[in-house]
Design a protein around this ligand. Structure first.
Ligand code: MG
Length: 376
């Protein structure tokens, strides 16, 4: 049997879901909520008739995309019946059926498409980026987020990042008082002038205080300011954008291609954070990036609280997306999880994510670790 015979004829014979609790190294605060102790993810394993495996991760965050319980139910109860027994090659049809089988649950839908593409890539002997249109870059600049309420701990992290060649940081703001945000920016600009600094409020500001606080932050000329107000505040986003003189990015306001079209038509942003956990898959993430590019906007590759498995899916998506030009944020596997679940380290070299070249997603999970972190 040739590779292409396998791709065309193989069916999905195995479907397994783990819910994992992954310890993290520190508390992190954001405008919409804090993360502490551990994060929960779902791992989907698909097996083909001939025994090859493909993996995908759902990385929910209850205050942002949805809950681990909803992801688990979507994968185990609602999506499984439309996946089992199908031809691996029919990825678009399977994903369309899964999208109809349960509303929302975009993280679970991203896990399914990731696992299907991983499996198809392994059957065809090509990387996932080859299935998404081919590669436009070999590496992706990495941004690491500063969100520790103990800023001294973030300053120690900055020294580690400098040693590792990471040149981009995103300061999470709006979770404490304004003075805390301003004093951290003063310190970053004074002591770390070479850094590309971005600021993300994660919806943390109110209509009453947003304009002044964002203007003050814009005075430090960050590369961009992200999502200062709640996802549904489109008109306020547009008014802030008109006045600050620094690019404004939308994150929580844009989950879907439809959201992106509305964001463009209402002029709420100069760029967008593209995340497979918001869009519900890799191809829909590419669509969002292409709409943004067509409208003259920029895009970067964001993520949720993920393991290296979801980072890999995002990496392949960005590798095949010329419109995503502002780098990525796939830092958790190395800098935030106490231990990642991949069998090899998620590939970061010289402050950049190195796009894998092997079949499928390129790296498999370590199933001993998966079993050790499994909670259900
Ligand atoms: Mg964000």
């Amino acid at each position: 049997m040739t590779h292409m015979d396998g791709f065309a004829d193989e069916r999905i014979a195995g479907y397994k879901v783990w819910r994992l609790r992954l310890p993290v190294v520190s508390r992190r605060e954001h405008g919409i909520g804090a993360v502490d102790n551990a994060v929960e993810i779902l791992l989907l394993e698909l097996a083909s008739t001939s025994g090859l495996k493909g993996y995908g991760e759902a990385s929910p965050w209850s205050v942002f995309t949805g809950s681990a319980e909803a992801s688990q139910a979507a994968l185990e109860r609602y999506m499984r019946p439309v996946v089992e027994g199908r031809r691996v090659a029919d990825i678009a049809a399977i994903c369309a059926d899964a999208a109809r089988a349960v509303a929302h649950c975009t993280e679970a839908k991203a896990a399914l498409e990731s696992a299907l593409l991983d499996l198809a890539g392994r059957l065809a002997g090509v990387p996932v980026w080859a299935l998404l249109g081919g590669k436009c870059r070999d590496e992706i600049a990495l941004s690491v987020s500063l969100a520790d309420p103990d800023f001294d701990a973030d300053l120690r992290l900055l020294e580690r990042l400098r040693d590792d060649g990471v040149g981009i940081v995103k300061m999470k703001a709006g979770f404490r008082d304004h003075r805390f945000d301003i004093s951290r920016l003063e310190r970053l600009r004074r002591d770390w002038p070479e850094l590309d600094v971005r600021v993300d409020f994660n919806q943390g500001l109110t209509p009453g205080d947003a304009m002044q606080r964002v203007r003050d932050v814009a005075g430090f000329a960050p590369t961009f300011i992200e999502q200062p107000v709640t996802a549904d505040q489109f008109s306020l986003m547009a008014r802030i954008r008109e006045t600050i003189g620094v690019p404004l990015l939308a994150d929580e306001s844009v989950f879907s291609p439809t959201d992106m079209l509305r964001a463009v038509s209402e002029g709420i942003c100069d760029g967008v954070s593209v995340k497979i956990m918001k869009s519900g898959g890799l191809r829909r993430a590419q669509t969002i990036a292409e709409i943004a590019q067509a409208a003259g906007l920029t895009a970067y590759g964001g993520d949720m609280f993920e393991s290296g498995m979801a980072h890999l899916a995002g990496t392949h998506m960005i590798a095949a997306s010329p419109a995503i030009t502002l780098g990525c944020e796939f830092y958790q596997a190395r800098y935030y999880l106490a231990e990642d679940i991949l069998a090899e380290a998620f590939p970061i070299r010289g402050g950049k994510v190195a796009v894998p070249g092997g079949p499928g997603l390129g790296i498999v999970p370590d199933l001993d670790k998966v079993r050790r972190f499994a909670v259900v």
